[in-house]
Design a protein around this ligand. Structure first.
Ligand SMILES: NC(=O)c1ccc[n+]([C@@H]2O[C@H](COP(=O)([O-])OP(=O)(O)OC[C@H]3O[C@@H](n4cnc5c(N)ncnc54)[C@H](OP(=O)(O)O)[C@@H]3O)[C@@H](O)[C@H]2O)c1
Length: 338
């Protein structure tokens, strides 16, 4: 994958790379069928107030799911919009700020209180900040929202038995990643979770690095949740390609008019770009898969760094140690597969 390196190292090359990808011929295409309804399945989506997450809520509600929209903003109007668009009244909005450990704890508490058993978790939220910012707990915000909150949310949902495994049901956990996960040359183990100052020039590079951490975690999660030949959980990751969403909201004001034009012409609407998310949430084609990755609607290998077993173990251990330092102790441990 040597030719993939450097494509997402800054905002300009990342935008060009995203557009070029749309025009490349895609191999191993998958097809989303209208017959894949998911009536009554409980689906939790983070970052459902905007872009891809909102569209996932609409399309999955349309397919009959009970949709839980975990959002920082847009409460209650975004949920009402989903109900209006789909006629499905089984839409619940849950407030959460994924940059805040306490807020994630409250979200899990609310789900527990409501005795919701999740069939599909869509870890979608992300931020592309104009520069480094500290969260309430003093963690770097993009690291927390784009990676660590995902580790924490899945682990707490597992600790509290909030996935639906009744009667042999196999929960699906979907990570919205990006092809930019291929960009980092190596892991920064010594700097893991340490707060560092940066400005916009470094944001895109770090964005790719946090997507690599998340994708590596996805692989490790698939190994640990399926320690034997028995398939218990399905873990999926995907890149939706360039999406005309609010992701570049913090870009410098001077570039915004140009970005609006480029996004409008070349980037895909959330309605189209969300297809791989809906496919992984609803398709019966992937019911036997413990791990899978899509780029657009084509199956692809993830970067070798993300699938490497030793990297997976290390990402898991360092994430757990970091959260321990913030007072988080998990009840359930999932030993690495030897
Ligand atoms: N757009 C692209 O070209 C592209 C390409 C590849 C991958 N992706 C991935 O696609 C996913 C969705 O992004 P998008 O393009 O749809 O962008 P978006 O329109 O900006 O949506 C991002 C969502 O994340 C939420 N969010 C951000 N920080 C949060 C926090 N601290 N707590 C809770 N929610 C928070 C936002 O909530 P608010 O509305 O409250 O801010 C929003 O709902 C992301 O994982 C992104 O990395 C996007």
């Amino acid at each position: 994958m040597a030719d993939e390196k450097g494509r997402y190292s800054n905002a300009f090359t990342a935008t060009l790379a995203g557009i070029a990808d749309l025009f490349r011929k895609q191999k191993n295409a998958v097809v989303l069928s209208d017959d894949d309804v998911i009536t009554g399945k409980n689906i939790l989506i983070t970052g459902a107030s905007s872009g891809l997450g909102f569209e996932a809520a609409v399309q999955l509600a349309r397919r009959g799911a009970h949709v839980y929209m975990a959002c920082r903003s847009g409460i209650p109007e975004k949920g009402e919009k989903v109900m209006q668009h789909t006629g499905n009244r089984n839409v619940v909005m849950l407030p959460v700020d994924l940059s805040d450990i306490e807020s994630i704890k409250k979200l899990v508490g609310q789900l527990k209180e409501a005795a919701v058993k999740i069939d599909v978790l869509i870890e979608n939220a992300a931020v592309v900040p104009s520069g480094s910012r500290k969260t309430k707990q003093g963690i770097e915000e993009m690291f927390m929202v784009n990676y660590l909150s995902k580790f924490l949310l899945t682990r707490w949902l597992l600790d509290n038995n909030l996935f639906n495994t009744d009667g042999g049901s196999i929960p699906r956990i979907i990570f919205v990643s990006s092809e930019s996960h291929r960009n980092p040359k190596a892991f920064d183990w010594d700097g893991f979770g340490k707060y560092k100052e940066y400005s916009m020039g470094k944001t895109v590079e770090l964005y790719g690095y946090y997507k690599l951490l998340m994708t590596t975690y996805a692989n490790e999660l698939a190994r640990r949740l399926n320690p034997t030949s028995q398939h218990r959980y399905s873990i999926f990751a995907l890149c939706p390609g360039p999406v005309n969403s609010n992701i570049a909201r913090e870009s410098p004001a001077i570039f915004k008019p140009l970005l609006k034009i480029v996004f409008g012409i070349f980037f895909r609407s959330p309605k189209v770009a969300v297809q791989p998310v809906v496919y992984f949430a609803a398709s019966s084609d992937v019911k036997d898969k413990t791990i899978d990755y899509l780029f657009l609607m084509s199956r692809k290998e993830m970067d070798a760094k993300a699938t490497d077993v030793e990297n997976g173990k290390k990402v898991w251990r360092l994430s757990e140690e970091l959260l321990n330092q913030h007072g988080v102790v998990f009840q359930k441990s999932f030993p690495p597969r030897i």
